[in-house]
Design a protein around this ligand. Sequence first.
Ligand code: PLP
Length: 439
Amino acid sequence: MAMDLDDLVFHPWSVQGPRTVPTFVGGSGSYLTDATGRRFLDFSSQLVFANLGHQHPRIVSAIKEQADRLCTLAPGYASDIRGEAARLIVEVAPEGLGHVLFTTGGTEAIEHAVRMARLHNGRPKVLAAYRSYHGSTTTSIHLTGDPRRWASDTGAAGVVHFFGPFLYRSAFGASTPEEECERALAHLEQVILLEGPSTISALVLEPVTGSSGVIVPPAGYLRGVRDVCSRHGIVFIADEVLVGFGRTGEWFGVDHDGVAPDLLVFAKGVNSGYVPLGGVLVGDSIYETFTNRPYPAGMTYSGHPLACAAAVGAIGAMNDEGIVASAARLGNVIIGPGLTKLAENHPCIGDVRGVGGLWTLELVRDRQTKEPLVPVGATGAANAPMAAFAKACLGRGLLPLVLGNRIHVAPPLNVTDSDAATGLAILDEALAEADAFLA
Ligand code: PLP
């Protein structure tokens, strides 16, 4: 199993030291292969980025062709492949987002979006939701509204958090999606008025919350946020790093409500993560700000030609293979009904929620009280039920994504029906391990 070479790697988000884990050496479609030749079903598309699975031939050949022509080029130079990637991205983006700033990932793109907003309207504060993740550098981790922020929180200048809609654990005591939507928007308006609208530069929001809970807002919420931002001159930044490029069964999360943000941040699905790429789609009025003065930021590898080539291959494949429609079907026909059925068999499942190819099972001790099966931030013995579940999955050849008391289910959007059924059957068996911890 473990190769000693793995001990030389300092692993992000992890306790360091020797580990017993498979060493991956290959992949194909929804499967990864380890050094012993064993195959594992990737039921979370890694960190929800390998939307077209592994070794998609169209992306691989786009990268190879670009590598043969020109491996690298600095950001300021005009590049055919960068232009083509921008064209394809703008083509599928919401109206009015006509230019692309490329980055090497999502965190960096969030940093740029916030900087652009502040330079655009000269205001200091930024609003972000509790239960959110926006990245792990200083600004982006402070915007983040979940326990990952706590370890590095030194008090963020200018960041104000608010509650978004989340019916399962409503902060507003609502009992219907309509009530939750109305109350969440009224709360947001209050926060803005009490903070002082003219002091707020931007509002950053995941249109569907990803790793902090897979929370799908009620219909009309995103439209309400758009309206409130427009009324107060606040830049609406949609963080589509995890949900953009088809994950929720629309090209972008904001498409569910038919609204366009002022800035749209993307990464992951733009090229299935084959070469690091992210970016900011820039709305016309913000673009105008930087036509008379320089935009003062950028990185050496922004818009790397190999990453842009991977995006051209990936978006081409998504268009030709109807991946966005496949994602919607995956949710409506396979994963949604499959997980709902699991909830009938497993008392530890408190809530099943999601959309398209992004779902979660929230595990609880008690369905009435909704007490989480493991406490927030649990490690060691306190996390035993989730660890037992994860071990059971791995033993059966499935790679799960377990975050806190939740099991996130997000297979490649082109997963076959039979592979999806295999994954659901393994979850069914492994969930028995978590049930066993109920008193
Ligand atoms: N924003 C969201 C919604 C994310 O899910 C992530 C990563 O998971 C990020 C930002 C940060 O992106 P990256 O890890 O590419 O820096």
